[in-house]
Design a binder for this molecule. Structure first.
Ligand code: ZN
Length: 164
């Protein structure tokens, strides 16, 4: 839950884009989710928590977005961004994430231990300032959200028209 909320709050603060926020929220949970079915194969916080694949993906998508100007690439950027925000919050925990080999030593700044009260406290300390500025910049009013829902609707129609 904390991964989703922190990723959502940060992305919404910087983009004010509800569709982009939803994409990053979904992407922010996958590094842990994928470990359940693949549990016997991959150990917790190894390859899925290695920062280089999402950084590479971010670079490649940025390149295609800039060179083609296709906004599909812009929205795709929020997959590695959500993934990286998950890693950023795990980096703040005692467990940390691997920076060397995927199975190697994990490094973190030990702000909190996973599944403790302190985890929620750290999450709140990140979410509340985001929320404050989101409200301050008027990104949470009914009119603003109406615009965002229209944008999502247009995006869905555009994506369907492009696919079929
Ligand atoms: Zn994780």
């Amino acid at each position: 839950m904390n991964h989703k909320l922190t990723a959502g709050a940060v992305v919404y603060l910087f983009t004010g884009n509800l569709a982009a926020t939803l994409i990053s929220v979904i992407a922010s949970v996958w590094p842990d989710w994928i470990e359940y079915p693949l549990g016997p194969v991959i150990k917790h916080r190894t390859i899925t928590h290695w920062p280089y694949p999402p950084l590479l993906a971010l670079g490649i998508l940025c390149y295609f977005w800039i060179t083609t100007g296709d906004f599909a690439f812009y929205y795709a950027l929020f997959l590695p961004i959500g993934w990286l925000l998950h890693l950023a919050t795990d980096f703040m925990s005692v467990g940390g994430i691997p920076f060397g080999k995927p199975n190697g030593i994990r490094v973190g700044i030990s702000l909190y231990k996973t599944r403790t009260e302190r985890e929620h406290f750290v999450a709140l300390a990140m979410i509340l300032p985001c929320l404050f500025f989101i409200i301050l910049t008027g990104k949470i009013t009914p009119e603003y959200w109406k615009g965002e829902f229209i944008r999502i609707w247009v995006l869905i129609q555009y994506a369907l028209a492009r696919l079929f």
